[in-house]
Design a protein around this ligand. Structure first.
Ligand code: ZN
Length: 215
């Protein structure tokens, strides 16, 4: 029941943004979604909230190009698999690699008409702000600007925080804020400012609360 509310909450946010009631939204929903595949749950995820929202924006609100940026410390296998053969959804992920769930090599770039619309930027254990900010500045932001989406969806996981025991990545609360600022900058240029973040992982409650608030 809670998982249905989480997925539905994302759709309600899509409706609000597309009606112009807000330009930015943060969906404080759990369980997270990005590991859930079409037909099975995985990694704490029951339904893929962000993938469902991306398709909903296309079918119910007529958007043609949606970008998903996934900065959770784990690769969003379910989201990638949902759209890897689909050029109408760009999926970009940065994550600790190799790590759970095992997918997310830089060699995974999509297939068929979706080839080139999946971008994986894996990070080695021990990486921190320097490596991540370089990835955002040199790879992720230019890719988004080139794609020109009509909305940016964020899989906002905070398990890459240095105080989160689930990863070996050393990000700070302020670094997540910098990610947000860069994506808002892209959104100002191409998607009428529209950005929706979906809460994914994050297991140190203080780091999670602080990062959600500041992002
Ligand atoms: Zn995670």
């Amino acid at each position: 029941e809670v998982a249905l509310y989480a997925a539905g909450g994302g759709l309600a946010m899509c409706d609000a943004i597309m009606r112009g009631e807000a330009v930015h939204g943060f969906c404080a929903i759990r369980p997270p979604g990005h590991h859930a595949e079409r037909d099975y749950a995985a990694g704490f995820c029951i339904f893929n909230n962000i993938a469902t929202a991306a398709r909903y924006l296309q079918t119910e609100h007529g958007l043609k190009k949606v970008a998903i940026v996934d900065w959770d410390v784990h690769h969003g296998n379910g989201t990638q698999h949902s759209f890897e053969q689909d050029e109408s959804v760009l999926y970009v992920s940065t994550h600790q690699y190799p790590y759970y769930p095992g997918t997310g090599s830089y060699r995974e770039k999509g297939s068929g008409s979706g080839e080139g619309y999946t971008l994986n930027v894996p990070m080695e254990a021990g990486a921190g702000a320097e490596e991540y900010l370089e990835a955002f500045e040199k790879t992720i932001v230019p890719e988004l600007e080139d794609y020109e989406p009509e909305i940016i969806l964020i899989s906002a996981g905070f398990d890459g925080h240095r105080n989160d025991l689930l990863s070996a990545i050393g990000l700070s609360t302020g670094t997540f804020r910098k990610f947000t600022e860069m994506l808002l900058g892209v959104a100002r240029g191409c998607c009428s400012n529209r950005v929706i973040a979906f809460l994914e992982g994050g297991y140190n409650l203080q780091a999670l609360a602080d990062s959600c608030e500041l992002m």
